[in-house]
Ligand binder design. Sequence first.
Ligand code: SF4
Length: 187
Amino acid sequence: MPEDTRPARSVRVGGMLVGYHAVCPRKAWYSMRGLWMEHESDDVRLGRLLDETAYARRTRPALVTAEAPDGTPLVAKLDGVDLRAGVLHETKKGRAEDHAHRLQLRFYLWVLRLAGVARADGTPLTGRLDYPALRRTEPVELEPEHEARLAETVTAVAALARRPSPPPRHPRRTFCRRCAFEPLCYG
Ligand code: SF4
């Protein structure tokens, strides 16, 4: 059967979904159905606590919306924008899924670019991943090849939203032991 590439207008794709998709598409599928079990996990609570303490001084939440090249609506909930420095911060607990962290932050930078949001001098905002527990920060830039990958990812997430059943489980069983959806996947 040919792949369904229609934009899913009923789904608004956000940064957390994009990050989940990079880690496990099945996790993104559950999340799109309102199952946000990770809100209850210790890791997420700790992440939120780190957000609220280590970087509280520059936090000013903002919601930015845009449209992907395929027409899918996008939303970026930004918790750590340092407008004066032109830096968008994303705070994480550990680096186990750092490829997904970078993709999520680049998604936010992309949404800002698509929405026409830039610094006062017209240059785009840059990103910074903060790992306060590890005392590390990592600069994250948005290059054209990243934008192409993000566009593909958003199309894939929108197609996932149309699936009537979840995609296959993550191939590594050990990986699933750290996931809040494990009881659903392995019952
Ligand atoms: S338990 Fe494994 S397969 Fe299920 S959503 Fe989590 S990572 Fe994916």
